[in-house]
Design a protein around this ligand. Structure first.
Ligand code: 6PG
Length: 654
């Protein structure tokens, strides 16, 4: 097949990879703006533009005009015609085609046999937005009533550049150019944003940023035999990522225009060494976003060092794991508001969207606030995971359910009030088999941890805040890790398990729902305590809002919390929550009693129940503690019959 050797006249930005033409294929439902954006891209880059609508036979047009959706047969001839055209035209140079390409099979038919660089761009938007736009346009044969059928058959693409049509066409065109035109090998490629640390999270975030049209500089350190040419290999595997790769830190920094914006995705404790190497290379005004799980006090020390050089430091929590980082994480930023304003375009673009389309990214407060909020997120995460593990243990050891039966049961709990990402993945895990056997049964029962859970519990203890559920969850992991001791103790203290009582599943569900509410009460309580102590003025409803999607603790309950927290910052005192907890308290107590009676460990459920009982005790037995302290240490007591609240030491021996 003849190829265009170098470029076409007037096509300054054309890039030819191995002599191949570039075909930009803009896909999306009718009314998504394919033609407008396609014409812009073609016009700005001296490319020819074609509209797939012009290839329809008259009978297709008539059918659509009459309000009937096309079927696969109607579309087959049309797609074949476009494909033949592309086979012919692509020999002549770069071009842009706007075509709905609603299904994967249509997409395959369109590009079959093409020897060209195919650049898919999908214009995505909500039905409401596109319906509004269609209603406003005139002179098109496609009636708005057919839009629903287009949405119904549209298959979400697995690759390509996905763009949000709520953005202006000029910006969309720019994103397409950034993504597909700026050849990463081209000498005049200028990155706009740096990312250092290409581990699992770093790679996913790089793909996410590039997918939103940002031009990147990527850095990964070089360790012989361990981390070699990581950036180069990553770009080789992901040619769609518009980026320059580096393994040399000074060159990476130099490649970025000032003020530089650099996201660190480096696990602790390597951040220390990296910070030492990075800071001397930076200039006043540059901004570093530390997206790793750093301790908030360490973040404050690093921020102070950076500030001494005039560099901004944003300690930022990024939640969502590998998949979340790729498709939209929840992002909790701490640091100066002015620094955040400079980088929010990047962070807010890649973040998940919660209910109402609002981005799950915000600046939560100054200094270490971002990492404190992320650490608390992880503390809540620990307890949410532990509750599910205890439930699983009870269903397995006391109720005698098989994993597949548990999956069926928990699937039915996925209603708006009880559902969560962690419940969803638990169902998947319970269903997973290998050679006919449950894979979960083959997983060793020793839980590990990377530190954020213990930081959260330490911080709670330091602030004098009773985060009893995350503490129970953390220590449950430590007990699980002591496998040898557990095996020995199981022989010594066989207990009365399994009692094989059948508790009502409705009671179990209520107990679980109630314990989760108490966990969230404690988690947000910890944030409140820190906010008061450090003067961060954390906006709890906003934090709950950015946790509604993207992060590990997203859930139906979380969706309700922004409104609840707006009304009452201490969740257990909110009227709606009060009603739920009153209705569930008995179930929680019954579950805890049943677990204890059966010798079944349920530390996190017990912590929930005990916390509620303690909180709901107007007259605590702590008077005895005070008396004991005074007895042996003269720590003094205050008397209930002394309204002045003076302290006394008593000689307790009669
Ligand atoms: C998240 C996770 C993430 C990571 C935890 C795991 O929000 O995406 O919390 O940060 O999974 O650090 O922590 P452990 O290894 O301590 O369980």
């Amino acid at each position: 097949m003849p190829r265009h050797p170098t470029g076409i006249p007037g096509c300054a930005n054309s890039q030819y990879i191995g002599g191949m033409a570039k075909i930009i294929l803009l896909a999306g439902v009718s009314g998504s703006g394919k033609t407008t954006v396609g014409r812009l891209v073609a016009g700005r880059n001296g490319m020819l533009f074609y509209d797939a609508d012009d290839f329809h036979p008259a009978e297709n047009i008539e059918k659509m005009r009459a309000g009937q959706a096309l079927d696969d047969t109607d579309r087959a001839g049309w797609l074949e015609r476009i494909n033949r055209f592309l086979l012919h035209k692509s020999a002549g140079g770069d071009l842009v085609l706007a075509c709905s390409a609603l299904k994967n099979t249509y997409r395959e038919q369109l590009v079959a046999g093409l020897q060209a660089e195919i650049c898919w761009v999908f214009l995505l938007g909500t039905y409401e937005l596109i319906a509004r736009r269609m209603a406003a346009r005139s002179g098109h044969f496609m009636p708005p009533a057919l839009l629903r059928s287009q949405f119904d058959i549209f298959e979400k693409p697995e690759s390509g550049l996905l763009l949000d049509v709520s953005e202006p066409p000029e910006l969309l065109a720019k994103r397409i150019e950034n993504h597909y035109f700026l050849n990463k090998m081209k000498p005049n490629f200028t990155p706009e944003f740096g990312l250092a640390g290409l581990g699992v999270m770093g790679k996913s975030l790089a793909r996410n940023l590039a997918g939103r049209g940002f031009r990147l500089a990527l850095f990964n350190r070089e360790i012989a035999g361990k981390e070699e040419n990581v950036a180069r290999d990553f770009l080789g595997q992901h040619p769609e990522v518009a980026a320059q790769g580096f393994n040399d830190l000074p060159r990476f920094v130099e490649s970025l225009p000032r003020p530089r914006k650099i996201l660190l995705m480096i696990p602790e404790p390597a951040t220390n060494v990296f910070t030492d190497e990075l800071l001397p290379l930076l200039a006043p005004g540059d901004i570093v976003i530390d997206g790793g799980n750093a301790h908030y006090l360490e973040t404050e020390r690093r921020a102070a060092r950076a500030a001494a050089r005039g560099v901004g430091w944003l300690g930022t929590g990024v939640s969502g794991g590998e998949q979340g980082a790729l498709t939209g994480p929840s992002i909790m930023v701490g640091g100066a508001a002015a620094d955040y304003r400079q980088v929010k375009i990047y962070l807010e673009n890649i973040a998940a969207k919660g209910p109402g389309g609002r981005v799950c990214c915000t600046r939560v407060g100054a200094d270490g606030a971002g990492h404190f909020v992320k650490m608390t997120h992880n503390g809540i995460e620990y307890a949410e995971m532990q509750l599910l593990a205890e439930l699983y243990g009870f269903l397995r050891d006391v109720q005698g359910l098989k994993n597949s039966e548990m999956a069926d049961l928990l699937e039915t709990w996925r209603d708006p009030k009880t559902d969560s990402f962690l419940l969803e993945i638990t169902v998947d895990i319970l269903r997973k088999t290998e050679n006919g056997q449950s894979l979960l049964d083959l997983v060793r029962d020793e839980a590990s941890s990377k530190g954020t859970g213990s930081w959260a519990v330490e911080a709670a203890a330091g602030l004098g805040f009773p985060a009893t559920m995350m503490a129970a969850a953390l220590f449950a992991r430590y007990v699980s890790a002591a496998k040898t001791e557990r095996v020995q103790a199981a022989q010594l203290y066989p207990g009365n398990k399994p009692a094989r009582t059948k508790m009502s599943l409705a009671v179990l569900k209520k107990a679980y729902q109630t314990a989760r509410i108490i966990n969230h009460h404690q988690g947000f309580g910890l944030l409140r305590a820190a906010s008061e102590h450090y003067g961060w003025q954390l906006d709890l409803p906003a934090i709950a809002r950015i946790w509604t999607n993207g992060c590990i603790i997203r859930s139906g309950l979380m969706n309700e919390l922004p409104a609840c927290l707006r009304k009452h910052p201490a969740l257990l005192f909110h009227p709606k929550i009060q009603r739920r907890v009153r209705a569930g308290r008995g179930a929680l107590a019954r579950f805890c009693a049943e677990a204890a009676r059966s010798g079944q460990a349920a530390p996190c459920f017990l912590a929930a129940s005990d916390f509620l009982n303690s909180l709901a005790t107007a007259a605590a037995p702590a008077n005895l503690i005070q008396a004991q302290r005074d007895y042996f240490g003269a720590h003094t007591i205050r008397r209930t019959d002394d309204p002045a609240g003076k302290s006394f030491h008593v000689n307790w021996k009669n």
